[in-house]
Design a protein around this ligand. Sequence first.
Ligand SMILES: *[C@@H]1O[C@H](CO)[C@@H](O)[C@H](O)[C@H]1NC(C)=O
Ligand SMILES: *[C@@H]1O[C@H](CO)[C@@H](O)[C@H](O)[C@H]1NC(C)=O
Length: 500
Amino acid sequence: MSPVSLYCIVSIAVIMVTHWLYRWWNPKCNGNLPPGTMGWPLLGETIQFFAPNRTWDTPPFVKERMKRYGSIFRTNLVGRPVIVSTDPDLNYMIFQQEGQLFQSWYPDSFTEVFGRQNVGSLHGYMYKFLKNMVLYLFGPESLKKMLNEVENEASKNLEKWAGQESVELKDATANLIFDLTAKKLISYDPEESSENLRENFVAFIQGLISFPLDIPGTAYHKCLQGRKKAMKMLKNMLQERRDNPRKVKTDFFDYVLDELLRGDTILTEAIALDLMFVLLFASFETTSLAITVAIKLLKDNPRVLQELTEEHENILRNRENKESGLTWKEYKSMTYTFQLINETVRLANIVPGVFRKALKDVKYKDYTIPAGWAVMVCPPAVHMNPDNYKNPLEFNPSRWERMEQRGASKNFMAFGGGMRFCVGTDFTKVQMAVFLHCLVTKYRWRLVGGGDIVRTPGLQFPNGFHVEITMKDEQNKDQISGSGTNPLCEHNRIDMSSST
Ligand SMILES: *[C@@H]1O[C@H](CO)[C@@H](O)[C@H](O)[C@H]1NC(C)=O
Ligand SMILES: *[C@@H]1O[C@H](CO)[C@@H](O)[C@H](O)[C@H]1NC(C)=O
């Protein structure tokens, strides 16, 4: 090759690469892009974004950039240009304009593991339809009926854990909630089933936040395998139900089969199975994390624990029929508990970012968000903003007393926002409140291992949360019953069997 042509090739390559790099760092936009940096070619700022940190505060990645660029900035994550919003008004607009200017979007690896037709990526009409279906199962009427069952399961499990040297609370509560949800959704009974459905979910979760490389041995591969097996089990169970229809229709499978039999439905079996998977996953993973965070915060704040305990002891004290379990009225009276739940999820920030995609060029103040770009709403930045929450790092449930008037909805997005609000919110609240009720009225606990948090940026307990649980009045109990069984729990068991 002559030196001249070599020179030409090299210069063309240099020009192309330079142009590409220029475009990477200076993306096209019909207007004013929010400030920010696009990071390394290809990688963007992905590594900085996922860097682990132990803070309860807004992730350092976001905090540093807020300082430098203000409440809206641009970046690049997993190869995608992203606008990060920590601005309450823009967040509000993003949630309100769902379907018009913005649409839900998740990184491709998420779509792969959650199924192509999962709720997160379904739009408009279909989403509303599915939401109604879920509300039918977890709406107020169903929750009322479920209350005693939740109490019974919580009591039963706590009693079991109190007999053990230590329990890992995150895993133990995940188990408890999974079994309960699976029973409600698909009448799944782990004791009667030959295969363990939750095992497949565990494999699934361990690989969820991992590098998306699908070859044998990687966590991601195990994750996909776990999902595959769980989906197969769900599919078989649905088929079994189809072959043996039940007279009394009570669960989600019944609802789905009824719906599928109708000629004009938009539901397909694939969508129903994907939805079931997401519901099972969403319920136990986030709720067990929230409960564990609550217990951790209670351990660090004895005065809050005392106030919580008083509320629940009062409920027992004022109960007319001492033999009965929790009533809906009692549940509704747990004012401090509900404040504590809000405060817990505010600090926990279990969801570090909510993703959307801009469908058109969107103008906001002086900025333009280009069509096709991803938008990440960052709840921690809102929840940790001292303008919204005084001393944001302080665990102070009472701050919620005055919150209602101050536009809580814009400044509180732990349960999502806009139309796509978390359909399971009320179910989660029942689970948390009832669990706390059973725990603080009868038990003490002591941390015996783990307990530290890490955010990557999703919340994790890397060494677990190991506690030793003991009955509060160990001596009294022995004198009264001697057997170690819990009268309340026994009663509920009878109640349940007569009502089903
Ligand atoms: C968390 O981030 C801060 C600020 O970037 C940094 O100084 C600190 O070392 C990080 N902590 C850990 C445990 O990574
Ligand atoms: C908790 O937050 C929700 C959602 O913003 C709000 O509707 C509710 O009133 C709050 N609960 C309390 C006790 O402040």
